[in-house]
Design a protein around this ligand. Sequence first.
Ligand code: ADP
Length: 153
Amino acid sequence: MMKRVGLFPGSFDPFTKGHEAIAWKALELFDELIIGIGINSRKQYLFDIEKRKHHIQSLFVGERRISIQVYQELTVTFCQKIGASHIIRGLRDSKDFQYEKSIAHMNFQLVGIETVFLLTNQEYSAVNSSIIREIHLNGSDISSFVTSPKLLV
Ligand code: ADP
């Protein structure tokens, strides 16, 4: 049987408890999950890319079915490169849905790759990377929203 590989892409700046829960849920559906940290050269990030990668790796130590990779190409191009059959995205609300829907349609049109949407856990539905960046920049503790945040600094 072919191994079913899923790609969970994102900026993960930083990778939150909400993202973490989505990754575990996705692992129930795929044999292998690749968490892809996408780099967009026109975007500025707060947390260093190597630290983001190391942080995510540390959360899944011992889970051999999850690996972390950094990529710079289009998400669908990266899917083809790594042999992922599906893209996984997390949804918090209808705003996420509206945004994700158009990307998913375009990705399907480009290369025929389907996107699987997983609903956030209720307790994480307000967890948002950009608000976490603000909290961190203002010197407050982000450990309610991010596991092991010390690895990011
Ligand atoms: P991007 O810059 O690609 O939107 P993010 O790192 O912000 O990347 O998010 C990656 C994915 O995780 C997106 O599908 C986003 O909707 C989802 N996501 C973000 N926060 C949460 C959360 N708290 N719970 C579940 N999914 C989330």
